[in-house]
Design a protein around this ligand. Structure first.
Ligand SMILES: [Zn+2]
Length: 465
């Protein structure tokens, strides 16, 4: 099947130009003006539209086991939502159970992803125990094409590793050419403050962000970046939320350390006043690290615009309000952490980043697709539109007006944190490896079409300082 997209404005991480894009089968085979193609099976007229690489969301959790239940979106509804928002690849976190093996975790994650995924996907490997057994399994992780790891400095007694354990992991990962990513908030501070609020009977969602102040995030961020520097190993901070954390990343990069950062849509657009909504509605926004202040949002936007932060992710991890979030009605510490974003990331960033003048269109492509591919070993297969790349292409209507609502979203969750938010700009047609998976407001993809993406080891393919 040869598909020709004509008259669109192709956008890359560095340029924007009018060009034709020729897709043959699963690949882009030509980009240029007047390609002279006469034998296309289908021609799309993209006049007035942008033609951009499919987004890559490197931070999501689908069908994740949690407190005896599972997060609401599985690999079908989650990737359906992703594609409908213009995202065509995701990286999910494979999380071994405490005391369990990586082998078992991979078997579990393979079983729930392969039959259901509608777009391509890969896994980061979370390390929640450090012992000789896990260390010995690391080679098999790289053999699977999983080259990025995740550690937690928070969730003491559950997911948290000590500095010694993180540093040992970094040295092992360095020897194999991978990347260590971290959820960086001081876990001891969080535990003490949560216990203190609990003992004082302060149990409403209002206290959720107060357990993990910006400085507790800044401290752990600086510590992880320092450990990475000591190990000679690139370190990547996931879901940065606080200006104190941004300051640490600025300092690390100024010192020439290989330090990278990610921000999620909600931390750019939502603030902590939402925790005080009546009727327990604040629980909808409980995630960690929490929503912060407007001043933090400004610091994050500036860091995104000037290149201090390289990636926009979502941490998409949904739980219904009824039967999920309300498990913590009497105690915020029991509220399942997480919220939606996999479908809204591109439109929110386009509307409130590009259209509002905070970032240029090339930066939009860079942080939603190109940098994620370059950092996580998917470039040049993914993350840009050029000959030889997978035909993950979005024909994007920059003038389409819409309003986000749980009534119309593609997630299975019973609410949406962006309910009522106006958006300007939305995908018109989304190709997943050359196949139309979304068109004219409708998802037309299929479960099982997504393939596991084995990724290459090696340093991130972008300038890190
Ligand atoms: Zn996460």
């Amino acid at each position: 099947m040869r598909i020709l997209i004509q008259n669109g404005e192709v956008v890359t991480a560095s340029d924007q130009f009018t060009a034709e894009v020729l897709i043959d089968g699963e690949k882009v085979v030509a980009v240029g003006q007047n390609l002279g193609v006469t034998n296309a099976d289908k021609v799309y007229d993209a006049t007035g539209h942008l033609v951009i690489p499919g987004g890559i969301d490197v931070h999501c959790h689908l069908d994740m086991p949690f407190m005896g239940t599972r997060s609401k979106d599985d690999f079908f509804t989650g990737t359906r939502a992703a594609i409908s928002g213009g995202t065509t690849s995701i990286i999910e976190f494979c999380i071994p159970s405490k005391g369990g093996t990586i082998k078992q975790a991979l078997a579990d994650w393979d079983a729930k992803s392969a039959p259901k995924a509608c777009c391509d996907y890969s896994f980061h490997m979370a390390i929640v125990d450090w012992n000789e057994g896990i260390r010995k399994e690391l080679d098999s992780v790289f053999e699977r094409g999983i080259t990025s790891f995740k550690v937690f400095t928070a969730y003491k007694g559950a997911l948290m590793l000590s500095d010694e354990e993180i540093f040992r992991l970094m040295l092992e990962v360095k020897a194999r050419g991978g990347l260590v990513t971290a959820h960086a908030v001081n876990g001891d501070v969080l535990t003490v403050l949560a216990d203190k609020f609990g003992a004082e009977g302060k149990l409403t969602p209002h206290y959720h962000p107060l357990c993990q102040p910006g400085y507790a995030e800044g401290e752990a961020t600086g510590r992880i970046l320092e450990l990475g520097n000591l190990a000679g190993q690139p370190a990547y901070i996931v879901h940065m939320t606080a200006k104190e954390a941004v300051e640490e990343l600025v300092r690390a990069r100024a010192r020439g350390w290989e330090s990278l950062g990610e921000v999620c849509t909600q931390h750019l657009t939502l603030d902590d006043s939402l925790y005080d909504l009546p009727d327990f509605e604040g629980a909808k926004y409980v995630m960690s690290p929490p929503l912060r202040k407007k001043a933090d949002q400004e610091a994050l936007w500036a860091a995104l615009a000037n290149g201090t932060i390289q990636v926009v992710g979502t941490d998409h991890c949904t739980f219904d309000f009824k039967g999920g979030k309300d498990m913590g009605r009497d105690d915020f510490r029991k509220i399942p952490n997480g919220l939606n974003g996999i479908e809204e990331r591109m439109s929110m960033l386009f509307s409130y980043g590009v259209k509002s003048g905070k970032i240029p269109m090339t930066k939009f492509v860079e942080v939603t697709a190109t940098n994620p591919a370059k950092i996580f070993g998917l470039y040049p297969q993914k993350g840009h539109i050029s000959p030889g790349a997978d035909a993950d292409v979005v024909i994007y209507n920059p003038n389409k007006e819409g309003v986000i609502s749980a009534k119309t979203h593609n997630s299975a969750c019973d609410y949406n944190v962006y309910e009522g938010w106006k958006i300007l700009g939305a995908p018109h047609t989304v190709f997943v490896r050359g196949k139309v998976a979304y068109e004219n407001g409708k998802f037309v993809g299929e479960a099982g079409n997504g393939r596991f993406l084995a990724r290459a080891a090696g340093k991130p393919q972008l300038a890190m300082v």
